[in-house]
Design a protein around this ligand. Structure first.
Ligand code: FAD
Ligand code: MLT
Ligand code: ZN
Length: 448
């Protein structure tokens, strides 16, 4: 018999409008089983465990059930059932999100889209491909490579992060500076709305001018406006073979910006604390002689104007030092992870103030330099909420953004509401109201 861990939030509390009648949870589980097959409805705690805990271990929620639809029609049925029962749901892809947005915090139904993993043939005419919600970035990239093309977005989480998850968060990664963020790659979408209806723009031509493209609102909406079931994605030309990867040590990030020039594909940075931790965790050799405050990694097809005295090394395998940081920090403890951006003329000032803050924890700085992006991670702080408030406050005071690429999730909802232009918040509220009037879609995100 199915064991229902907790249904309080699902059948009561402020997640369900009071006027709606709610089916008993057992009826809901039975209905979901009929919609997708009983094997694809998980209710045992140990089977749900991997879906209700986030990648960092910071958020551990609970779900009425984990539902794994295998087709678009099944997604529609699941959403209709949840709508009729007044049962909130959380869409989930690879569960690599870092702001708690993919976790059911209050007993929602967790809808995993991983089984929607159909990957269409590459269309060389439009240079695009249709990918199911659950296709991983790694699989999509390999598929494009087989046809001598590339998918522009790349993250260290590529083997788990999914097409729909990256669209729902408008993921960034290392190649934003040369290829743009996820938004720039989306040519069309197919989405199940909160009432179970389906909207699609998958068959669009490479360029149309037929009125507002409302479906694009789904990009960056973090599962709060619809459930993305597939996407048509732009493919690009692959990297040239004469690509060079260089790691340079320096004491200011502003010096790093000078390495941006023709042929630049990626420019990343990390601080001394990151390098030391990665060397220790991965058992790697020190990549360059000397000791610096920052290390800048550049991938380019152009020539880098480095002066003779620079401490630099050229080797494609250098990416391992940058890509191992997230996993290394996670190994040290549950981190406070803040993903922010500040104007480029403030980057060194920001880094200096953050280092001087009394978080009583170990601070790690790394990120995507060209966007003024900082991943500020703090491990071991006795009061991470206070540290978060201080750092986000600093970002806002410097004219920066409280989220650069990971989204708002549940981690930053208060700040989002307090610091976003009131007109934009009101517009977002009206869109939410129109598309999800009963607030069943990922209710903890944005609106808390
Ligand atoms: P999930 O974590 O499952 O979900 C994320 C959000 O999307 C949630 O709000 C969820 O409700 C929503 N969602 C998921 N699927 C759907 C759907 N079908 N329809 C509607 N909403 C949906 N991020 C970056 O931007 N840049 C990086 O460089 C980067 N590097 C990372 C490296 C590591 C090691 C890790 C662990 C994470 C990294 N991330 C990075 C964060 C994460 O990988 C991205 O946010 C990614 O886009 C999440 O994809 P996912 O499939 O795992 O989504
Ligand atoms: C990265 O750039 O490494 C990621 O966004 C993940 C992280 O912030 O740790
Ligand atoms: Zn990042």
């Amino acid at each position: 018999m199915n064991c229902i861990e907790s249904t309080d939030a699902m059948v009561g509390g402020d997640l369900v409008p009071e006027s709606r009648s709610v089916s008993p949870a057992v009826g809901l589980i039975g209905d979901l089983g009929e919609a997708v097959g009983p094997d694809q409805v998980l209710t045992e705690p140990d089977l749900k465990a991997g879906y209700v805990r986030d990648w960092t271990g910071r958020w551990i929620g609970n779900a009425a059930a984990v539902v794994r639809p295998g087709s678009v029609e099944e997604v529609q049925r699941v959403v209709r059932i949840c709508q009729e029962a007044g049962a909130p749901l959380v869409p989930q892809g690879g569960n690599t999100g870092l702001v708690g947005g993919s976790i059911p915090h209050r007993g929602e139904v967790l809808v995993s889209l991983r089984r929607l993993d159909r990957l269409g043939p590459v269309d060389h005419g439009t240079r695009s491909v249709i990918a199911g919600a659950g296709v991983t970035l790694g699989r999509l990239q390999a598929h494009a490579r087989e046809e001598d093309l590339a998918y522009a977005v790349d993250l260290a989480s590529r083997d788990s992060a999914t097409v729909a998850g990256t669209i729902a968060t408008n993921a960034g990664g290392a190649y934003v500076v040369s290829r743009g963020d996820t938004r720039r790659q989306v040519l069309g979408l197919e989405v199940v709305l909160a009432d179970g209806s389906l909207v699609s723009s998958l068959e669009t031509l490479p360029k149309v001018s037929t009125g507002p493209d409302v479906i694009q609102t789904m990009i960056g909406s973090e599962g709060t406006l619809g459930v993305i079931t597939s996407a048509r994605l732009r493919l690009s030309t692959p990297s040239e073979s004469e690509l060079m990867v260089v790691l340079v040590g320096m004491d200011t990030l502003t010096d790093g910006l000078r390495l941006m020039g023709p042929g630049l594909r990626a420019i990343e940075f990390f601080d001394r604390a990151c390098l030391e931790a990665v060397i220790e965790h991965r058992g790697l050799a020190r990549p360059i002689p000397g000791d610096f405050l920052f290390y800048v990694l550049v991938e380019t097809t152009g020539n880098l104007a480095l002066d003779e005295s620079s401490s630099a090394v050229v080797d494609r395998s250098l990416w391992v030092y940058r890509e191992s940081i997230t996993e290394t920090i996670n190994g040290l403890g549950v981190p406070l992870k803040l993903d922010v951006a500040v104007p480029l003329d403030r980057i060194d000032g920001f880094a200096a103030v953050v280092r001087a803050l009394d978080t009583s924890g170990e601070v790690f700085l790394y990120g995507h330099l060209a966007e003024g992006n900082f991943h500020v991670n703090v491990v071991g702080s006795p009061d991470p909420d206070r540290a978060s408030e201080e750092i986000l406050g600093l970002v806002v005071s410097m004219g920066g953004a409280i989220a650069s690429e990971h989204g708002i999730g549940v981690a930053k909802t208060d700040r989002w509401r307090r610091t976003t232009d009131p007109g934009s918040i009101e517009l977002a509220r009206r869109v939410k109201e129109a598309l999800d009037p009963n607030r069943i879609l990922n209710p903890g995100v944005f609106w808390g």
